[in-house]
Design a protein around this ligand. Structure first.
Ligand SMILES: CC(C)(COP(=O)(O)OP(=O)(O)OC[C@H]1O[C@@H](n2cnc3c(N)ncnc32)[C@H](O)[C@@H]1OP(=O)(O)O)[C@@H](O)C(=O)NCCC(=O)NCCS
Length: 181
């Protein structure tokens, strides 16, 4: 891997991170402006932390951030009824949430995403991790499954998001060897 993975001061590097997310995930300028506020708010939550992937010449090409789940957080309140309907809402307790994971397309498929998510979850003291991903067969969903994440709910609708999401959960530490997907 030609990049270095390490702790990232996301508040200080939010514009670089959102530039990566904009090209990896597809964000308009308006969406970037909204995300900038959300990221700065998230970084004030207890236990919120980020890791970045940086090239030798100092360019951020990937990042992950997350935090211990709090049932009062907006994300948790949206997914809770979907999990509760399946008797799975205990996943919201003692869980580390992966909020964002993005790798610049020029640097994808080299193990950076896998290293970012295993690195951040290795710092978690919680016994499990949860996240949401667009509910389609994507590289992200394949990566999460290979790490042990399983579907907890499908077709989850977030206000203002046009596409449904899947909520996934995995025991920590994440599985290392890629498993069946
Ligand atoms: C998801 C993402 C972060 C993965 O980052 P990455 O650095 O390319 O991932 P890695 O190189 O570590 O690949 C790990 C696994 O991802 C999966 N994967 C990666 N590219 C894939 C592709 N084109 N098709 C299917 N699976 C793929 C595989 O399971 C792969 O494991 P393997 O190498 O053992 O086969 C990256 O594709 C990305 O930024 N996508 C766009 C943004 C996004 O969807 N973010 C997640 C939001 S929930």
């Amino acid at each position: 891997m030609d990049v270095e993975i390490g702790p990232l001061d996301l508040s200080a590097h939010v514009d670089e991170a959102l530039a990566v997310q904009a090209v990896a995930f597809g964000l308009s300028a308006d969406e970037v402006a909204v995300r900038r506020q959300i990221v700065q708010r998230h970084m004030n939550h207890p236990g919120a932390r980020a890791f970045g992937a940086t090239t030798a010449d100092g360019r951020l090409v990937g990042f992950v951030y997350g935090m211990p789940n709090d049932r009062a957080h907006w994300w948790s309140t949206v997914v809770e009824p979907y999990l509760r309907a399946r008797g799975l809402d205990h996943w919201l307790d003692d869980a580390f949430v992966i909020t964002e994971l993005h790798v610049h397309p020029d640097h994808q498929n080299r193990g950076i995403g896998r290293t970012l998510i295993t690195t951040i979850t290795d710092t978690a003291t919680e016994p499990r991790s949860i996240l949401s991903a667009i509910d389609t067969e994507s590289p992200a969903r394949a990566l999460y499954r290979s790490l042990g994440y399983e579907d907890l709910a499908r077709h989850v609708l977030f206000p203002s998001a046009p596409r449904p999401y899947a909520v996934m959960g995995a025991p920590l530490p994440l599985r290392r060897a890629p498993g069946p997907s």
